[in-house]
Design a protein around this ligand. Structure first.
Ligand SMILES: [Zn+2]
Length: 462
């Protein structure tokens, strides 16, 4: 479609300016103060964005749509996940492919892409999980890179769920990733500390409120330090997913002071809500790993965002229905994860920009440009540069609303932010030149999303 967006305030990670933006077919054609009639194609839709922000489509760099794990499947499948993402102004997500049993690493991505293709209504890229080293890891990772996957994920915990991997193979993976320029991302919680904490409360019930005791901030601190030091010793970058605690942030700062290149992501839930919810009725709805912390941690993490130690906000969207969630009241077996992609923009705008902690250019940086750079999608995604994909979010910052269990698009049927007053709404969302959301109505198509092969992570070039 050809679209002219007029009268809006363009926001990138660097600047704000009052300019017009011309989209031709699926690309941004040009950005100018104004266009004369002869410059415009004859078939043209004009969008008046007066009083609104026009920014690159958001990227949720951490989602688990249709996750198959622990004997169940996550509630939001690829289609549902991508629709709710559009309501949140998100035009690209980066999801995770499992390391399949008895298969080479890259088979996970091939399988995952085959499931997502024909379902996703927005674009996606992949991270690949690695849980073991069987053969020639260099060769296997080379195959992965050829598919356009340039980030892998390592777990330092979850022995029971089959994700944990020992330190020796981890070092092998780190070395191979450095050779190939693949970014290693880490779920950082030290398993030995978690085991020791668990033993102390053995033979007692394990209610949800115990999870922050077992999966302590200290466990996060230790794992970040240990794996960060491995990366530092190999002179390679490392990416920490979903940082949850003030102690974890201490570890990040200590590594940075030692010259380690650490890229850090946190989530809206670690920034805004606390483990008070784990002490109340319905605690299961608020259980994820790492667990929710204290309000002092919320504050410290915002501090990390403001200081720049945290450069990316993503959601770890991983949903289960109430029926799934309430199958257990044991914090070790409740399916972990909460909805988030749809709420990400409104929460970061309300708690970050409205409260004066960050400005709107930084919001674009945290939710679009930096994830695009870290995961090799920039400038195709995450920018308003001419020639790149016309993924655009028109954001109305004046709109006020209340997040409620019954006004969400997740199949989970609830939101951990129920009752929260928010400012701002994704007014219009454009994916590669097609309007997929307008006036709170989803206009996209099942299967219109594409897999976006990633290039080299920006973490390797700075
Ligand atoms: Zn995750």
């Amino acid at each position: 479609m050809n679209i002219l967006i007029k009268n809006g305030r363009l926001v990138s990670a660097q600047k704000m300016e009052d300019k017009e933006i011309l989209i031709e077919n699926d690309k941004i054609k040009s950005v100018k103060d104004s266009f004369s009639d002869i410059e415009l194609p004859s078939k043209l839709k004009i969008i008046d964005a007066k009083g609104k922000y026009v920014m690159p489509g958001l990227i949720d760099a951490h989602t688990h749509y249709q996750l198959v794990s622990r004997g169940t499947v996550a509630a939001d499948k690829f289609y549902e996940g991508s629709v709710l993402a559009a309501f949140g102004g998100v035009t690209t997500v980066i999801d995770f492919a499992d390391h399949l049993p008895d298969k080479e690493i890259a088979e996970g991505t091939i399988h995952r892409n085959s499931e997502a293709t024909g379902e996703m209504a927005i674009d996606w890229a992949q991270h690949q999980v690695i849980t073991r080293v069987d053969g020639d890891v260099n060769k296997e990772l080379e195959e992965l890179k050829k598919l356009g996957v340039t980030a892998v994920k390592i777990f330092t915990t979850y022995k029971n769920a089959g994700y944990f991997i020992e330190k020796d193979p981890v070092k092998e993976i780190f070395k191979a990733c450095k050779d190939l320029g693949i970014l290693v991302t880490i779920h950082a919680e030290d398993d030995d500390i978690i085991e020791a904490n668990s033993k102390q409360v053995e033979n007692k019930p394990y209610p949800p409120e115990l999870l922050p005791v077992i999966r302590s901030s200290e466990a996060e601190y230790r794992a970040i330090k240990d794996y960060g030091e491995i990366a530092g010793s190999l002179d390679m970058p490392i990416y920490i997913v979903h940082l949850s605690s003030s102690r974890g942030l201490d570890a990040v700062r200590e590594l940075k002071a030692d010259g380690v290149n650490v890229v850090v992501e946190t989530t809206p839930h670690y920034l805004t809500i606390t483990n008070d919810f784990l002490k109340k009725e319905g605690a299961q709805k608020f259980l994820m790993t790492p667990p929710l912390r204290e309000s002092a941690d919320n504050k410290a993490l915002w501090g990390g965002v403001v200081s720049g130690d945290i450069s990316i906000i993503a959601t770890d969207h991983c949903t289960f229905t109430l029926e799934q969630k309430f199958q257990s009241n044991d914090c070790r077996t409740i399916f972990p994860g909460v909805p988030g992609t749809e709420e990400m923009l409104q929460i970061v705008y309300t708690d970050g920009v409205e409260k004066g902690l960050i400005d709107i250019t930084r919001l674009v940086s945290l939710l679009s440009t930096e994830p695009a750079k870290a995961f090799g999608l920039y400038p195709l995604k995450g920018s308003l540069e001419p020639g790149t994909d016309a993924d655009i979010l028109i954001f109305d910052s004046a709109k006020e609303s209340v997040l409620r269990n019954d006004n969400r698009h997740t199949v989970a049927g609830y939101t951990p932010y129920d009752g929260m007053k928010v400012k701002g709404r994704a007014e219009t969302v454009i994916l590669r030149g097609e309007i997929i959301l307008e006036n709170n109505e989803f206009l996209g198509k099942r299967g219109a999303g594409r897999f976006i092969p990633a290039g080299l992570s920006g973490a390797y070039t700075k």
